[in-house]
Design a protein around this ligand. Sequence first.
Ligand SMILES: [Zn+2]
Length: 394
Amino acid sequence: MSTCRSCPGCGCPEPTTFFESRGVPVDVGVQWDSRAEARGCPRGDIRLAFCRKCGLVVNVIFEPQRLCTTQSYENPLDCSPTFQEYARTLALQLIERYGIHGKTVVEIGCGSGSFLRLLCALGNNRGIGFDPSHIGGRSEAEPADSAVKIIPDVYSTRYADQHADLLCCRHLLDHLAAPREFLLGLRQIIAARPDAVAYFEVPECQEIFLGPYPWLIIYEHCLYFTRTSLSRLFTECGYSVQRMGTAYGDTFAFVEARLSGCSQDEQNATLSDLSDLASAIETFPARYARVLEDWHRRLQEIMNRGDRVVLWGAGARSVGFTSAVGAADQIPFVVDLNPRKWGHFLSGTGQEIVSPEFLRDYSPSAVIVMNAIYRNEIESRVQEMGLSPELLCL
Ligand SMILES: [Zn+2]
C-alpha cells in the first residue's frame, strides 16, 4: 500500500491506496453502434484509496475530462418496474415528509427528468432540472410538461437564483472529484427558503467492499460513499442532516439535509461505523481475486457444457462484471428492458444488447442477474415466455 493526495471529503492528507485496476471502460452508460466500437471504447485506470478519518473511498487518478458527454447515455434503471415503484414511493415520502406541495423542486443531474416529473405531478409542484446530456422530447413517456423545465447544462453558480424548496441530486456526487466545493456551491439554492431541504442519493459502497461485489468499481465512480461518510461530508459543508440511511435493498445511501435546525441523525454517524469498512478494505484485494477466480471457473464450466448464458441488465454492473472477468466469448448477449439500447453494444467487452423477447428463441440455460433486487421481476418475465433458466445472482 502507498499514500496519495489528500482526501476530497475531509482534507485528510494521507488516504491509503489499496486497489488498482487498469484499462477499464471509462463510460459504462454509453451504448455503441458496433462491437468494434464498443471494444475500442475509451479506457482509464482506477487506483482506490481509503480515508480512515471520514470513510471515503476515492479513485485518486480519476480524470473527469475523460468521460464522454456526447454519446447516448441511458439510465439503466428507469425501465424496471421495481425501480419505478421505488422512485414513486421515494417521491411520495419526500413530498409528505417535507410538505412539498405547490412548491419548487430543483434536481441537479436529472437525466431524462423522470423523477423530477414524478415529484411535480404527485405534489403539484414546479420543477427545474439540470443535465447536460438531456435531450428533450425523446419518447411518449417524456411528454412536454409546462410545470417542468429542464436546462441542458451543467449546474453552476450562474443558476444560483433558482431557489428551491426541495433540492434533489441522485447518483451524481459519486462522480465528482471535488464534492466539498460542489456541496458548498449548492447551498445557495436552498439558502433563500427557510424550510428548504436537500435529498442526495449515491451508491452505498459498503456492499462493494464487504461482499465483495466488485462490479460497481467502475471508472465513472470517482467516489465511494457509505451512509456514514456521506452524512459526515454534509455536516462538514455546514448542512444539518435530518435523516440518513440506506435504500433500495441497501444498494443506495441517502441523506436529507437542511441548512438550519438541529441534526437528527448526524450523531449516529460515528467513526465506529467505519471499523467494519476499514477491516473489509484490508482484506478486499485477496477476496476480490477469489471472486474473480470463482467466476472464471463457473464460466469455464458453462463453456465446457455448451450451455447458453446471458446477462440481464446492460448497466454499470454488467460493464464492471464483463470487464473484470473478461466474459466476451462465454456471454455474447445482454438483455435489457430499455428499447433504446437494443441493437447496440456494451462498453468494453462488446456484448450485443437484446430485448427480453430475444430469449424465446435463444432459450438460455442460465441468466446472470446483475442485482438480486431484480430477481423476482426477471423470474416472472422468463416464466411468461415459458422459459426456466437457472438464475445466478451476482
Ligand atoms: Zn476523508
